[in-house]
Ligand binder design. Structure first.
Ligand SMILES: [Zn+2]
Length: 260
């Protein structure tokens, strides 16, 4: 079988083989053994790196079986993502969400296109943190968790610029200040952030690049999506620490990265 695929993970298998986790265009998540990938340099050299976009040829007995990877041809290895620590950090968060969210034997063309869009945008160094926000809003939508940013979950009133709101991660809903008498936990959200996320939810992939998240709206959106992601998968998103630990100035490149 042939498929376009993105490399999501690799683990050593014995002395010379690798087990590769792929996100396949036609099969969703796929685990495949690449025989000799660690030793014979010819067939798979530099091809099975994280994020690399490939055409693969593989054999598989059934949906659940470990596939046998026979060939891989690179479309792009996204070289900039590899050489810029900040881009790599964001790509790693996307990779972690994909590993959590996509399923074996279930193709998802929307998520596949969205992932390629995100890696291409990162590789062209376009506002990496904004790429993450746009990716996550659509990713959560595609896996069936589309938060409602239009009405208050309790009184059902439409979101209004003069009211104040909190986002309840557990349900993916907003609560207006009037309905939040008991001060339920949840992050306060500005009206600007609510409108931007609404807008993003309604835009097709082709138009996402026109949206501009910046300043407080960008950081509020990142916090919200981080918390919501943890809630959905009921676990910590390990690679998010890269964002928190390294304040690298994601929108403007620091001198550290200019030489790379
Ligand atoms: Zn309300």
């Amino acid at each position: 079988m042939e498929s376009d695929a993105i490399v999501l993970n690799t683990t050593d298998h014995g002395e010379s083989d690798l087990i590769v986790t792929l996100f396949c265009h036609n099969a969703g998540r796929l685990s495949a053994i690449a025989k000799g990938a660690k030793k014979s340099k010819k067939r798979f050299v530099n091809k099975l790196e994280f994020f690399t976009y490939l055409q693969v040829t593989y054999q598989q007995k059934n949906d659940r079986a470990l596939a046998f990877l026979s060939e891989a041809e690179i479309y792009t290895s996204f070289p900039n993502i590899r050489y810029h620590l900040d881009l790599y950090g964001i790509a790693s968060i996307i990779r972690e969400f994909l590993l959590l969210g996509i399923k074996e034997g279930e193709a998802d063309l929307n998520i596949f296109r969205l992932s390629l869009w995100a890696f291409h945008r990162l590789d062209s160094k376009k506002n990496p943190r904004q790429v993450l926000v746009l990716f996550l809003i659509h990713f959560f939508n595609y896996i069936g968790y589309r938060p409602d940013f239009h009405t208050c979950a309790s009184c059902n009133r439409k979101v209004h610029p003069r009211d104040r709101y909190r986002f309840i991660s557990a349900s993916g809903q907003l609560l207006c200040s009037g309905c939040n008498q008991h001060s339920r936990p949840g992050r306060p959200l500005s009206y600007g952030t609510i409108k931007m996320i609404q807008n993003c939810q309604n835009q097709p992939l082709e138009r996402l690049h026109r949206l501009k998240f910046s300043g407080a709206i960008l950081s509020e959106s990142l916090q919200l999506l981080h918390n919501f992601g943890r809630q959905i998968f009921q676990r910590e998103i390990i690679s998010w620490q890269i964002l928190e630990q390294q304040n690298l100035g994601f929108d403007t490149y620091s001198p550290l990265h200019k030489g790379l």
